[in-house]
Design a binder for this molecule. Structure first.
Ligand SMILES: [Zn+2]
Length: 217
């Protein structure tokens, strides 16, 4: 198994870029969120622990996340693109250990670099359709609806989620940087680490990432 990692802050476009890379290069796309939800639905002992953490709004501890992720990776034989893991330095060190023990190898480690000010304008300018059945996403500059404040698809009112305010953004980024920075530092300077400029249009960023994967996949 060859494991590729993709990192980026909330608002970096990481999730949608990972989907595009996965389609183009026929990788197995795994995300921590999906794997944790899957373990919850199976109601195993570990799954019940994860369920309790989620219900309390606490983070699932590193050892539990590692155990679930490694069990899932064990079955993989080809290229995997992991989105959202590792999240802490402790997880990154455990992952190194797992890969060397199972004779697997690292592929590309890509970090999508977007400055804080750009992330903030992306997130704070986000508006979502208040009709839950629709949920279309807009932006006050980048993706305006035809009629101001009204959803193009269902005529629902557009709202700003409480997570998308400037205050919530800064609180989330402070927390994110505190755990993410030491983890990223672990990968910086490794030969397969690449930083991609994530400021451009989604297509431009995707092209830049694709060129990197052409070499590696
Ligand atoms: Zn709508």
């Amino acid at each position: 198994m060859r494991l590729h990692l993709i990192f980026g802050a909330p608002g970096s476009g990481k999730g949608s870029l990972a989907k595009l890379v996965n389609e183009k290069f026929a990788l197995t796309h795994l995300s921590t969120g999906d794997i944790l939800r899957d373990s919850v639905s199976k109601e195993t002992e570990v799954g019940l622990r994860v369920k309790a953490s989620m219900a309390n709004g606490t983070l699932v501890d590193d050892d539990t996340v590692n155990g679930i992720v490694f069990a899932r990776l064990q079955d993989e034989t080809r290229g995997v693109l992991f989105d959202g893991y590792p999240r802490t330095l402790k997880q990154a060190i455990a992952l190194d250990d797992f890969l060397s023990k199972t004779g697997s190898e690292f592929g590309l480690v890509v970090y999508i670099d977007v400055p804080m000010s750009v992330l903030e304008s992306r997130i704070v300018g986000r508006r979502v359709c208040g009709n839950n059945a629709c949920g279309a996403i807009y932006h006050v500059v980048r993706k305006k609806p035809v009629v101001d404040g009204i959803c193009d698809f269902c005529n629902g009112l557009l709202i700003q989620r409480s997570d998308d305010t400037s205050q919530a953004f800064h609180a989330r980024m402070a927390e994110f940087n505190a755990t993410y920075e030491p983890m990223l530092a672990h990968y910086r300077g490794k030969p397969n680490y690449r930083q991609v400029d994530g400021i451009g249009l989604p297509d431009e960023v995707f092209n830049a990432i694709s060129m990197l994967y052409e070499e590696y996949v």
